[in-house]
Design a protein around this ligand. Sequence first.
Ligand code: ITT
Length: 190
Amino acid sequence: MSDAFAIDRLRFVTSNQHKFMEIKEVFRREGIAIEWIKKKYEEIQADNTEYISLDSARKLSSEIKGRFFLEDTGLYIDSLKGFPGPYSSYVAGTIGNEGILRLIEGLDRSCHFLTVITYFDGGSYLQFSGILKGHISIEIRGNGGFGYDPVFIPEGHKLTLAEMDIGMKSSISHRSIATQKFISHLRAGR
Ligand code: ITT
């Protein structure tokens, strides 16, 4: 691991341990340590993930001193016109993966994940996004990951994200693509 790059107190706000572990893994590969602010915050209901992520960061900046980042992620199913999208958390907790499989029976299964990271650097808000294309599997498969991972098969792969280990998921995921862009920004401003 390279120790050439250090950034003081880079903090990630999320209530979701899986998200933290995945982002921590991407930073770890780059030799950067991050801290976890474990916190559940209210998200505005809107149809735009960038806006939701920015709004959350703006609200949290009055509570959290110094720089921090957070991210908002949604699963977008083409044949459902992007549903559940910004409602991914609610849908995962209500109808869940079985409900998703029922909803798209007989329909096209193409979908993607979108992650939008918002970084508050103490003065401005910067956003970095990552998309992972794929399709919804026929059945629920795998015990790893979280959320929709057991029904999501990334483009070019046969396994669901839940059948991959964290290293594999973190080398291809929406979250890691957004995080890599964020890291490039941090390195550029060093
Ligand atoms: P925060 O505290 O960071 O908001 P959260 O779990 O509420 O945590 P999101 O609103 O961003 O996070 O995510 C919405 C839901 O989408 C989440 O609860 C999962 O069910 C699902 N999800 C997000 N990222 C995922 C991923 O990488 N793989 C599978 N499902 C994911």
